[in-house]
Design a protein around this ligand. Structure first.
Ligand code: GLV
Length: 331
């Protein structure tokens, strides 16, 4: 009798939706860390070292130490579109495929960035607190005045999938859209989204809302700094649902305190889960715990895509969304 091929060995670093774990278990020997805290680096290495596949989250730092101690590792599958938690160069050097979860979270993430934009401009969190604190004792004409969104200018930094989804939302608010990106969108897309490409300084100077959708790269770290915040209008709002370190948080605290800009909506922070203490006491900032893609449907789709990516590599197929496809040809 021919030997039954053994299932590939996969480590999943956090609890994911049950149906997705069940799918993984049907095709792989799964070691699931279902605890409520991420594994420490030492614990993670101990559990990955004899695995061929790793499905991980942005709270897991996958650097060369993980690759060095896991000689059989073939794929690292991130349950996120961003992958700055993974040393992709080190993975590529060792022939390890890295995958992410683009597309499935685009609209949900843009919905949330838009939520932050609206909540910040219309002071929704302050309004909620006002009512709960019993301050709504009579209708007031001049209370909680916010900024208009319709007819204003939205500046989008990073015009990839999510940036473009923001621009599509802006059409419904009759906004002018400026965008900054290393690559120009094709003219048809610019026309459809009524978006104009510009340099960062012009975008900062002319926009009423600046929304960041760029990945974290060496040259986007602190892209928004004291100088950029000083360039923005005093009536402008900043939204960040990309990665925290794109914004110099200390400079942002100063800008919000001293009125260089009107407000900010933040889903991400420089040193998550830490939040700059200066942000905590400010009423002109809306804070969220990195939940832009956190709808029930989208979290299932992200987990399913991550598991599909992982299993595809281990079963000798092309994964749907590789980050370093150059590795695939060499395997
Ligand atoms: C979340 O931050 C993601 O990159 O998907």
């Amino acid at each position: 009798m021919p030997a039954i091929p053994s299932k590939p060995r996969v480590m999943i670093s956090r609890a994911l939706p049950e149906e997705v774990i069940a799918r993984a278990r049907s095709r792989a020997d799964v070691d699931l860390h279902a605890g409520d805290k991420p594994l420490s680096k030492t614990e993670l290495i101990a559990r990955v070292k004899d695995r061929e596949g790793l499905v991980c989250l942005i709270t897991d730092t996958i650097d060369s130490s993980v690759f060095e101690s896991s000689p059989g590792l073939k794929v690292v599958s991130n349950v996120a579109v961003g992958f700055n938690n993974i040393d992709v160069a080190a993975a590529t050097k060792r022939g390890v495929v890295v995958t992410n979860t683009p597309d499935v979270l685009t609209e949900t993430t843009a919905d949330f960035a838009w939520t932050l934009l609206m909540a910040t401009a219309r002071r929704l969190v302050e309004a909620d607190r006002y009512v709960r604190d019993g301050k709504f004792t009579q209708w007031e004409y001049m209370v909680l005045l916010g900024g208009d969104v319709h007819d204003k200018t939205l500046g989008i930094i990073g015009f990839g999938r999510i940036g473009r989804a923001m621009a599509r939302r802006a059409l419904g608010f009759n906004m002018r859209v400026l965008y900054q990106d290393a690559v120009a969108a094709d003219p048809a897309t610019e026309r459809e989204l009524r978006a104009t490409r510009t340099d960062t300084a012009t975008l900062l100077r002319d926009s009423d809302f600046v929304s960041i959708h760029t990945p974290l790269l060496p040259d986007t770290r602190h892209l928004i700094n004291a100088q950029s915040l000083r360039t923005m209008k005093k009536t402008a709002y900043l939204v960040n649902a990309s990665r925290g370190p794109v914004v110099d948080e200390a400079a942002l605290v100063q800008a919000l305190k001293e009125g260089w800009i009107a407000g900010a909506g933040l889903d991400v922070f420089e040193e998550e889960p830490k939040v700059h203490p200066g942000l905590m006491g400010l009423s002109n900032v809306v804070l969220a715990p990195h939940i832009a893609s956190a709808s029930s449907d989208t979290r299932i789709k992200m987990a399913a895509l991550a598991v599909d990516n992982c299993l595809a590599v281990l079963e000798g197929q092309t994964p749907p969304t590789p980050v370093n496809p150059e590795v695939l040809g060499k395997r």
